[in-house]
Design a binder for this molecule. Structure first.
Ligand SMILES: [Zn+2]
Length: 301
């Protein structure tokens, strides 16, 4: 396996599970363990990676802290492909209703984008508990987590965040990327901007991004680069017929440290559609990326 996950303790029973540097399908996850139960935040893209996540969880938490409940921050396969496995192992899966619908229609492996096939068993689950309002999970003494639906379409139309108030730990899912190009192909750039503003109110001590390294300092410092980028996207597509190639080149230069720069091609099309009031279907955004890469995108999972 090319990437070895890192477990970072963030307080009693709280850990981030980091798969760095965090490009395509290398997401971050985490958990909160109490005496009554364990809450897992997200799964991984492949069966093998989800089994590694569970092995790390069991290594770092005592056996009596099961059963496992997993909260899926959204429906994307890197975060949700392992949910079926956890369900089949007796766990409970929580997600937004729209995410449940998307997951049930999967698994989504996008063969037009990726030639990767070694997913293992990622059969979707059919039994989820849907989250429609802010929900507190009590996992035992001094161990509680809040599952909070994002109030609008942002990264997707079914995002949620997990907030652990005692330690000030926020799992925002893919609302936050660090040094990885965010991808808005299934959401809304204006909605994502609104969600980032909403996110700042948590005043978290630790933020575990959906992809990329954890940053230090206040929430706004971590999300400011994303806010700049999304405003740029919306600003530069105001002309009806923008030069997407030149804009893509500019983005690659300006955000040169971000991985997966082909995503700029998709984001620019999404921004153009949003500003000019039409729908950009997913296949158009995907095709823009493979045109840039010159073929399917290699995965190293
Ligand atoms: Zn995602």
């Amino acid at each position: 396996m090319a990437v070895n996950p890192i477990v970072r303790s963030l307080g009693p029973g709280v850990a981030a599970y980091l798969q760095l540097p965090g490009g395509w399908f290398l997401n971050n996850a985490g958990w909160l363990s109490g005496t009554e139960a364990t809450l897992l935040i997200d799964t991984c893209a492949t069966e093998a990676r989800t089994r590694d996540l569970l092995a790390a969880l069991h290594t770092h938490t005592p056996a009596e802290q099961r059963p496992v409940t997993v909260a899926l921050t959204h429906a994307h396969g890197d975060h949700a492909h392992g949910a079926g496995l956890i369900s089949r192992l007796g766990g409970t899966v929580l997600c937004r209703p729209t995410a449940a619908t998307t997951i049930a229609a999967g698994p989504h492996t996008y063969p037009e984008l990726f030639s990767y096939t070694d997913w293992g068993d990622i059969t979707p689950l059919s039994d989820v508990q849907t989250i429609t309002a802010r929900t507190t999970l009590d996992l035992g003494p001094r161990r509680s987590a809040e599952i909070v639906p994002v109030p609008n379409t942002a990264h997707t139309d079914g995002d949620l965040v997990v907030w652990i108030p005692r330690e000030g730990v926020l799992f925002p899912g893919d609302l936050v990327f660090t040094d990885v190009t965010p991808l808005a192909a299934h959401g809304s750039i204006t909605g994502w901007l609104a969600a980032l503003d909403w996110l700042a109110d948590f005043e978290a001590t630790h933020i575990v991004p959906g992809h990329g390294a954890m940053g230090a300092g206040p929430t706004r410092g971590l999300i400011a680069p994303l806010v700049d980028y999304f405003h740029w996207l919306l600003d530069v597509v105001h002309h009806g017929d923008p030069d997407f190639t030149a804009l893509h080149h500019h983005a690659c230069t300006r955000w040169h440290s971000w991985l997966d720069s082909e995503r700029h091609a998709a984001n620019l099309r999404i921004a153009h559609a949003e500003i000019h009031g039409y729908r950009c279907d997913g296949s158009t955004a995907m095709a823009a990326m493979t045109t840039f890469t010159g073929g399917t995108i290699p995965l190293n999972l």
